[in-house]
Design a protein around this ligand. Structure first.
Ligand code: SF4
Length: 297
């Protein structure tokens, strides 16, 4: 059996764990290549133009995988941490995938509802009929669940919080130009991925009203960093309801705290030149604000 894993969406949080898990079960895995223009163009033909960019990208990866493997792994992550849900498009991508690949290959999609670890154990058991092997593979893979990264800050540089979902920022096709533009403008970057999961999942304050798993992470990272950074850049996908709602709330909170806030809305038509121009203008605002504040000290 050969299992394909799309290098998109959940891959950027759980991909290393999944590769280790299947490999320790004795199953070969094939990960689709990094997102590129060709993969995106294929994805664009498979779904409605109204849908968000990350889902279009997944569809491109599915198309690449479908004639190279017997099975594509795409779990249906419904709920984590009791009361925190994936967005409807993340849940529905499994059905989109089934329609897209038809009989060409199987979609393996365990339903995950507050049972992330156990669902994987059951999956391993189902695939190998060997509880010992399933348990062992899970134990070997678990250390790879922690994607925690660290910041190494140059304290002389102004700091920017780049806020976006992991599947946007970690996918170089989407995130690389934005990160590079801030670095070229002299900023040190931080993201939510360097924060501990207890901070990201916290239900304190306004965060308790947010029931989407990954939107709560964004808001908590924003709230945690608000007094620690010189500016915030929120990158959201056109057509993403949760992002636009939470983004607007963060925008208001940033304004109240006089923290410069830039919202970049991305889709398949976004040009690098347009992004860089907006980032340069925003960088100038932050530098002038910092300079004026220093003058009044
Ligand atoms: S949260 Fe937004 S960007 Fe992410 S999959 Fe859902 S609609 Fe798309």
């Amino acid at each position: 059996m050969k299992i394909g894993i799309p290098r998109a969406l959940f891959y950027f949080r759980y991909g290393r764990f999944w590769q280790q898990f299947f490999n320790h079960l004795g199953i070969e895995t094939v990960v689709s290549p990094k997102t590129n223009k060709d993969l995106l163009d294929i994805g664009l033909k498979k779904v409605s133009s109204e849908i968000c960019l990350p889902i279009k990208i997944v569809c491109g990866h599915l198309e690449w995988l479908k004639d190279k493997v017997d099975t594509i792994f795409l779990p249906r992550i419904v709920e984590l941490n009791h009361g925190l849900y994936s967005c409807p498009k993340m849940i529905g991508i499994v059905d989109i995938a089934r329609m897209q690949v038809g009989n060409q290959c199987q979609i393996l999609s365990p339903k995950i509802k507050n049972n992330f670890i156990f669902a994987h154990f059951l999956l391993g058991l189902n695939l190998t009929k060997n509880p010992y092997k399933a348990r062992k593979a899970l134990n070997k893979a678990l250390p790879y669940l922690n994607n925690h990264k660290t910041n190494v800050f140059d304290n002389h540089k102004p700091k920017i919080l780049l806020l976006s979902h992991f599947y946007n920022l970690e996918d170089d096709f989407i995130g690389q130009d934005i990160k590079a533009a801030f670095i070229e403008n002299g900023f040190a970057i931080t993201t939510k991925e360097v924060l501990d999961q207890t901070i990201l999942n916290s239900a304190n304050g306004f965060a308790k009203n947010i029931q989407w798993i990954y939107e709560r992470e964004l808001y908590n990272a924003f709230h945690y960093n608000l007094t620690k950074v010189d500016g915030v850049c929120d990158i959201i996908s056109f057509g993403c309801g949760p992002d636009s709602l939470v983004g607007e709330i963060m925008n208001q909170h940033a304004n109240q705290n006089k923290v410069p806030f830039l919202q970049l809305i991305i889709d398949e038509h976004t040009s690098k030149t347009g992004l860089v121009t907006r980032i340069e203008a925003f960088s100038e605002i932050i530098k002038r604000k910092t300079y004026t504040t220093d003058l009044h000290k």
